[in-house]
Design a protein around this ligand. Structure first.
Ligand code: ATP
Ligand code: MG
Length: 568
């Protein structure tokens, strides 16, 4: 798929759903869910999953639940629950009153587990986790049955109840499903259903001393909620036979619970180049101080992306372009950048900001004069109107818009000695001289004259100049801080280096420009307002901004369009 062409063909999940619908399965209902574990902040991969689940429900007139799979109180907490809710809303989706928690079903799951024990399909195992692991063996040879596997049902029932009542220490016993110790699929070798954990849960408090394993809770929660299509990532493919086994057992215990019976469909994780999408590694980067918190604009977390200035629109667009795949792949960061440029190009007001300022004096412009020039806010949006931008004798321009010894005028359209350019929305200027610091070689002042009859919109000078550069009036400029971000890693696939991934962090991923200047129309902007700094890129106001000092984050650069920016 090229960047400019929309993918309108059906993906394989849509095909499956349409086939189910055409067969009249589930009474024509499509019900999906997004099931995060509240043990970290969501990232761009989760965003793709959210867009997929909510998007399918929207496309087929269905519903989507937000369900927190909160089965592990050791790693979960409400901070994450709140952040996840906020992120899903920000992406533009709503789950109405369908917010659920696996912990809502702890009673029901317990009851089902008891029923499984009674059916002879589950047992309490007194082996240690180490012993269980050893007896499970390797896929190529059958495993070994636990000596507790055939203990009387009554004994398991009694022990399981006492596990629940907190009579035994952590790790002393587990409840296991009795499936098949010879299966080549390791998931089916009597998986653990419950472990003992004397740990407070963020929702159920100290009610429980045992907690269900994810595999036992997840599929059953889907069934309880009437989920028709359980969409998950590829690593769950090998778990599917176990989920099916559980549902088959439950069909005998509580047939109503598996009407409809959730159909699991796996798709490939969405990964992004030059970054990582693993909650554990993201947590390490945050906790070990490699980045400044979960919303660091360099991170691929939704919080980070948002602070960086990305719109939810652009993320949904990205998810659509990435689509769903059956095999793992890494999507290009440049695709994400393309999506945000497309969006901001239409919506972001244009302003002038000079990031690497050098002073320019227009020697024939009156010293005490300031003109208010009318400059359009967005050429892509006829409704956007114009704003007044002050122009005066002393300006700042971008240092690299001037060259002491420029190459041929065919190659360098900007300013140099005896060269002419147009100042955006203002006049044509001619460079008459400049000063340089002899020690550093830095240009300290550029002197020009302007053509009084070359004012933009009223130009009668008859001159044609190739280059147009941006500027701000020195007396009116607002000093601001600008944070420029580069890729977080220098390697396209840092996750490929396993636990060595931190060795590939980009030491220059953040550059802070302490004093840049922007035009005064930006006074009073609010956190996360977005702008195009003409010829530089897209920027948004960082929440660190104060009354005294505005801070801007660079969202993404522009493709340099200065040569094209003809302005008369
Ligand atoms: P964990 O290792 O903690 O399970 P996880 O990234 O899978 O991490 P979950 O909270 O379980 O996190 O994920 C919620 C949902 O998002 C799941 O359905 C999961 O399959 C999906 N998901 C997670 N990562 C990605 C990704 N990179 N691309 C697409 N979907 C993802
Ligand atoms: Mg997961």
């Amino acid at each position: 798929m090229s960047e400019n062409e929309e993918n309108t063909s059906k993906n394989f999940i849509e095909e499956i759903i349409e086939e189910d619908l055409s067969k009249g399965k589930n009474g024509g209902v499509v019900h999906t869910r997004f099931p995060p574990e509240p043990n970290g902040y969501l990232h761009i991969g989760h965003a793709a999953s959210i867009c997929l689940n909510f998007g399918l429900a929207e496309a087929y007139n269905g519903m989507t639940n937000l369900r927190f799979d909160d089965t592990n109180p050791v790693k979960e907490n409400v901070e994450y629950v709140d952040a996840i809710r906020d992120d899903v809303h920000w992406l533009g989706f709503s789950w109405g009153d369908r917010e659920f928690y696996a912990s809502d079903y702890f009673d029901k799951l317990y009851e089902l587990a008891v029923a499984l024990i009674k059916k002879g399909k589950a047992y309490v195992d007194d082996s240690t986790l180490e012993e269980i692991r050893r007896m499970r063996g390797v896929p190529t040879e059958p495993g070994e049955e636990s000596p507790y596997r055939n203990r009387p049902v009554e004994e398991s029932l009694n022990l399981f109840e006492r596990m629940k009542n907190g009579e035994f220490p952590d790790g002393s016993r587990v409840l296991r499903a009795k499936v098949d110790m010879t299966s080549p699929n390791m998931q089916l070798r009597d998986p653990v259903m419950y472990r003992i954990l004397h740990k407070e849960h963020h929702r159920t408090g100290n009610t429980w001393f045992i907690y269900p394993m994810y595999d036992w809770a997840h599929g059953q929660s889907d069934a309880i909620e009437g989920i028709t299509h359980s969409i998950c990532t590829l690593e769950f493919e090998v778990h599917r036979p176990l989920y099916d086994w559980y549902l088959d057992q439950i069909a005998e215990i509580d047939p109503g619970m598996v009407q409809p019976r959730p159909r699991q469909i796996e798709f490939a994780r969405v990964n992004l180049s030059y970054t990582i999408t693993s909650k554990r590694k993201l947590l390490e980067l945050v906790e070990e101080g490699y980045v400044d918190g979960w919303d660091d604009p360099r991170l691929p977390t939704i919080k980070g992306i948002r602070r960086r200035g990305y719109t939810s629109n652009s993320i949904r667009y990205f998810a659509k372009k990435v689509g769903v795949a059956k095999r793992d792949k890494v999507s290009e960061l440049s695709l994400l950048e393309y999506c945000i440029r497309e969006d901001l190009n239409k919506s972001a007001p244009r302003v002038m900001g000079v990031l690497d300022p050098v002073r320019l004096v227009i020697t024939n412009y009156p010293e005490d004069k300031t003109e208010q020039l009318d400059i359009e806010n967005n050429p892509e949006d006829p409704e956007a109107g114009t704003r007044a931008v002050p122009f005066s004798r002393e300006l700042y321009i971008e240092a690299d818009d001037f060259m002491e010894n420029p190459p041929s005028p065919k190659k360098f359209f900007r300013l140099g000695p005896d060269r002419e350019v147009r100042l955006k929305g203002a006049y044509i200027i001619y460079c008459t001289g400049y000063d340089k610091d002899p020690k550093t070689g830095k240009i300290t002042e550029i002197r020009c004259t302007y053509d009084t009859d070359s004012k933009s919109g009223e130009d009668t000078s008859g001159k044609k100049v190739k280059g147009t550069i941006h500027w701000v009036s020195k007396a009116d400029a607002l000093p601001v801080e600008v944070r420029i971000y580069d890729r977080l890693f220098i390697d396209a696939d840092p996750a490929g280096h396993k636990d060595d991934y931190k060795k590939f962090l980009n030491p220059n991923s953040l550059q802070i420009i302490e004093t840049a200047y922007v035009e005064p129309s930006l006074k009073g902007v609010k956190a996360l307002d977005r702008f195009q700094f003409m010829r530089k890129g897209y920027y948004c106001v960082d929440p660190d901004s104060t009354e005294e000092k505005l801070v801007f984050n660079q969202t993404v650069t522009l493709k340099d369009t200065w040569a094209k920016m003809q302005d008369k």
